[in-house]
Design a protein around this ligand. Structure first.
Ligand code: SAM
Length: 211
């Protein structure tokens, strides 16, 4: 189905003027925060409030979900609340990520509650792998932060193993994360976090820095 997803051929072709208000683009410059597999965009919107001077983009593969998220953002803008710096687009982030972002453009990336793909034969579908981390690292500037969360222990272990294999990332320690507003928001702003918290309260957050 993602054959039908349109995408820019290169970052230079990626027209952001249809995604954000002119005001937001003037204020923020380029996109610097990417919420990958953003789902209904709860966190994308929360990020737009936390970082009013950054352009936030949510990447989501399911069309109906993208439409819903964009509607919510437009509603928020119309009500005069924030959101002029947030947008959600339809994209297969595993395939087309490098088409959107220049080298070192991003300072923050999020992978929140990605699909677990339990079966071994489906591990190649996981959105975090050592190969994809190399692509993501290209778009991240030095010192950029990558937030990951899951309520699936097995996926946590997988993501840890992939980050450990990548020389481009270093784990950020818990003490460095004290008071981090994004970590605080992860527990509340995403649909899946809410579900995980209802279930048994477990979700595993880990944060990495692009070295
Ligand atoms: N991050 C959101 C949250 O925390 O509530 C949504 C989590 S949901 C379990 C995972 C999302 O990733 C789904 O909405 C799915 O459609 C999306 N997704 C899966 N593969 C993707 C891909 N290759 N590119 C973009 N989005 C993808």
């Amino acid at each position: 189905a993602d054959m039908l997803v349109t995408y820019p051929t290169s970052p230079a072709d990626f027209d952001i003027t249809r995604l954000y208000t002119r005001d937001a683009i003037e204020r923020c410059g380029h996109i610097s925060v990417a919420d990958v597999g953003c789902g209904y965009g709860g966190m994308t919107m929360r990020l737009s409030e936390l970082f009013p001077n950054k352009l936030i983009i949510g990447l989501e593969i399911r069309e109906v979900v993208v439409e819903y998220a964009q509607e919510q953002i437009l509603k928020q803008r119309a009500e005069g609340r924030s959101g002029d710096n947030a947008a959600v687009i339809r994209s297969n982030a595993m395939k087309h990520f490098p088409c959107y972002f220049r080298k070192g453009q991003l300072d923050t990336m999020l992978f929140l509650f990605p699909d677990p793909h339990f079966k071994k034969s489906n591990h190649r579908r996981r959105i975090i792998s050592v190969n994809l981390l190399a692509e993501y690292a290209y778009a991240l500037k030095k010192g950029a932060i990558v937030y990951t969360a899951t309520d699936v222990f097995e996926l946590r272990q997988w993501m840890d193993s992939q980050f450990a294999l990548s020389p481009m990332f270093q784990e950020v320690t818990d003490s460095e994360l004290k008071g981090d507003p994004v970590v605080a928001a992860i527990g509340t702003a995403t649909a899946d976090a809410e579900r995980a918290l209802r279930k048994d309260g477990t979700h595993y957050i880990k944060v990495y820095r692009r070295v």
